[in-house]
Design a protein around this ligand. Structure first.
Ligand code: SF4
Length: 390
């Protein structure tokens, strides 16, 4: 029997709130010997984990439900919150179900966290997964292929059998399907944001951080079918792109506040691991080379990625505005997030040149006071409707 939107969202919400990762434990318990590997934002090639027969688990911090007690002792106060809450999850045993953790290169905070993890969790596999900053095949490509081969061999050793090319190709086919489903979800929301509120879309995407990829793809398809079957009322909201939230996630109440204040979020950069690669990957030939090529020449533009060509810097934000018929941009970034906040002035300059309205604020994953956000977003939406709309 097909599920309703409330049923689907209730399940996603339960997965989102479960700081004990029960679904991961259940997945492992279903077949003895199964293993799960955690990864932090922003991007890792989950295909290699899946092809090793393991469950990739996105660790997106502790949100606003976790009280951070021990984690604070490891960090100074003037950095973002996600490393402290992730440490708290680890130190309180909530991540014991993970057999390893990957820390992809995004900033020094994550790099340092990978070092702490190695010291604190000596019995677990820990890898700082370095991603190329040079996007040329000859330099970045060679480096990245090597990095992926090391991961592949490491996971093969933990699994007790090598990760074969055939397994990787089969996994790539599954992730191609998943990417298409995620793209369909984003296209649907951009076309009918009143039918797919971002608070719901977000929960569906978060569920994908703990579910096997096959289940995640089905979940998206079910949600799209369920929400399209029931007409919801359309509001005269401002269409906005939200950017800067690619690592530490905003609290769900912040997303809801922006929507309640009169904004339809028609594009965002939450959990970019889902949309980092833009196209289908070939399912024949060398699968590691295919992952490398897709990363170097077919991956998304974001503040989390180095763009060496000055004339292209920030163009992606304008492309997102145009592609989604957005009327404005909200810069929402975690406090002290260097990659997002250092990028912001350049992006603002790009928008200013073509008169795209924008506002910006900072958050922490446990921000509680939503009134200022509601006021800012509401005033922003009103100003767009009064002065910017044709
Ligand atoms: S939120 Fe920003 S500064 Fe903090 S770990 Fe993530 S990318 Fe680094």
């Amino acid at each position: 029997m097909s599920q309703t939107v409330p049923q689907i969202i209730e399940r996603c919400q339960a997965l989102f709130e479960d700081m004990n990762f029960t679904s991961v434990k259940e997945w492992k318990a279903a077949v003895p010997g199964r293993k799960a590997i955690g990864f932090m934002p922003v991007y890792v090639p989950r295909e290699i984990i899946h092809a090793a027969g393991m469950l990739p688990v996105g660790i997106m911090g502790g949100g606003d439900q976790l009280e951070v007690i021990q984690g604070d002792a490891y960090y100074q106060s003037y950095i973002c919150r996600i490393p402290r809450s992730t440490l708290e999850l680890g130190l309180t045993g909530r991540l014991d179900c993970l057999d390893g953790m990957l820390f992809p290169s995004i900033c020094d905070v994550i790099r340092n966290l990978s070092g702490m993890w190695q010291i604190l969790f000596k019995d677990k596999y820990v890898k700082y997964f370095d991603l190329p900053q040079n996007y040329q095949d000859g330099a970045g490509g060679t480096f990245y292929i090597h990095e992926m081969q090391v991961l592949r061999e490491d996971l093969g050793r933990i699994a007790g059998k090598p990760v074969t090319d055939d397994a990787l190709r089969a996994t790539i086919a599954l992730y191609n399907e998943n990417r298409r489903a995620v793209q369909d979800l984003y296209k649907y929301r951009a076309a009918k944001p009143w039918q797919a509120p971002t608070a719901e879309v977000y929960l569906v995407l978060r569920a994908g951080m703990v579910l096997p990829v096959e289940d995640f793809t089905q979940l998206i398809r079910d949600y799209l079918a369920a929400t399209d079957a029931v007409a919801r009322s359309r509001r005269d909201n401002a269409r906005i792109v939200l950017t800067g939230a690619f690592c530490e996630q905003p609290p769900l109440s912040l997303i809801k506040s922006i929507e309640m204040a009169g904004c339809y979020i028609v594009d965002d950069d939450f959990m970019l691991v889902n949309r980092w690669l833009l196209e289908d990957l070939p399912i024949s030939g060398d699968p590691i080379a295919a992952l490398a090529t897709a990363f170097l020449s077919g991956s998304t533009e974001t503040g989390a990625k180095y763009q060496p060509r000055q004339e292209l810097k920030g163009r992606y934000i304008l492309d997102a505005v145009k592609a989604n018929a957005a009327e404005g941009v909200i810069f929402a970034a975690p406090s002290f997030c260097d990659p997002a906040l250092l990028e912001r002035p350049m992006l603002e300059a790009v928008l200013d040149r073509v008169d795209v309205p924008h506002i910006g604020f900072k958050y922490a994953e446990n921000s509680a006071q939503m009134q200022p956000v509601r006021e800012q977003a509401g005033t922003f939406a009103d100003s767009i409707k009064l002065w910017s709309s044709p």
